[in-house]
Ligand binder design. Structure first.
Ligand code: PRP
Length: 217
């Protein structure tokens, strides 16, 4: 026996279909299109790295990692929250197998600057002893968070420990921690997008731009 569909149900289905079509065409109420930095003309002063440039650079880094870790067991450790985007894209660009795990940390300090005193909010689920660990960050600014994390992870005796960051700011160069894979060196500006936030927002921009002082000032 099949269920009967009455006129009211058919009207409802037609209304749903046309609202899906409208949303698809306009990027309207359903918000089906990704947030493009160019749509935020008043909030960004400029776009630093486009979606295509990000994808191309991640593909290059993945190819390097494929070569460097061939025949090894790789564990990607993403630092929440900002590294979510690069973890998703990098892991899918790799040809080798990898495991993924996450840490969440909070930096004590005033304002948006790191203090170097870091509290672990979420630790790894994996015992990394004897594993090849690649720590994945969205950005290295002062480098203080990275110093803490690298010191902490070394205590756990991984077989190797390297660092990848999508963005590196100039101050990070003063930090003694070596960064094996760098996506882009960028100037000391307040950047958002591709995981980077201001006050919890802008992480879902597909490209990366400089935030206007009118937003954060
Ligand atoms: C960012 C970034 C690094 C840290 C770098 O995290 O993901 O972990 O800051 O700063 P530093 O080099 O000056 O120490 P944030 O604290 O903004 O948290 P989020 O990833 O959740 O945005």
């Amino acid at each position: 026996m099949s269920a009967t569909v009455g006129p009211a149900a058919l009207q409802l289905a037609a209304a749903c279909q046309s609202s899906i079509e409208r949303a698809t065409m306009t990027g309207g109420c359903g918000r089906l299109r990704p947030v493009e930095a160019t749509q935020l003309s008043g909030e960004l002063t400029r776009v630093l790295v486009t979606k295509d440039q990000l994808a191309a650079r991640i593909a290059e880094l993945a190819a390097e990692i494929d070569r460097d870790y061939a025949g090894k067991e790789l564990l990607l450790v993403g630092v929440l929250n900002g590294a979510v985007m690069v973890m998703a894209d990098l892991s899918r660009a790799l040809s080798i197998h990898c495991q993924m795990d996450w840490m969440a940390v909070s930096s004590y300090g005033s304002g948006s600057k790191s203090s170097g005193v870091v509290r672990i909010l979420k630790d790894l689920s994996t015992d990394v002893t004897g594993m090849h660990v690649l720590l994945v960050e969205d950005i290295i600014d002062t480098g203080l968070t990275l110093s803490y994390l690298v010191t902490n992870l070394r205590y756990r005796r991984p077989a190797s420990l390297k660092v990848l960051t999508v963005f590196r700011k100039p101050e990070a160069a003063r930090n003694p921690v070596e960064i094996a894979y760098v996506g882009f060196d960028i100037p000391n500006e307040f950047v958002v997008g591709y995981g980077l936030d201001y006050d919890g927002l802008y992480r879902n921009l597909t490209s990366v731009g400089a935030l206007s002082p009118s937003v954060y000032g």
